[in-house]
Design a protein around this ligand. Structure first.
Ligand SMILES: [Zn+2]
Length: 94
């Protein structure tokens, strides 16, 4: 069950939670349903829910579910990934 409001992923329609990184403040879509395969924990702060990434080898905090970033499972994730060294097609001459 989701702890915050979900909205459908713009690319694939899966329900995702838009949450803010506890440190960087960046928003990211996170899969609604927890999974042991994930690497994110959600923590309730004074500013609301924040997510953070578990460190490698870090044990799951007690009483926390583990969540998966939606980028990891979205079938349309390629649309999100825009590495800086990729030139968008529409900039081609012609
Ligand atoms: Zn998606």
């Amino acid at each position: 069950m989701a702890i915050v409001d979900c909205k459908p992923c713009e690319a694939c329609g899966e329900p995702v939670m838009m949450l803010v990184h506890a440190v960087t403040g960046k928003r990211a879509p996170i899969n609604r349903d927890p999974t042991e395969l994930g690497n994110l924990v959600l923590e309730l702060t004074n500013q609301g829910w924040r997510y953070r990434v578990l460190l490698k080898g870090e044990a799951r905090p007690p009483a926390h579910e583990i969540y998966m970033p939606h980028f990891a499972t979205c079938p349309a994730a390629a649309r999100f990934r825009r590495p800086a060294n990729v030139i968008p097609l529409h900039q081609e001459a012609g």
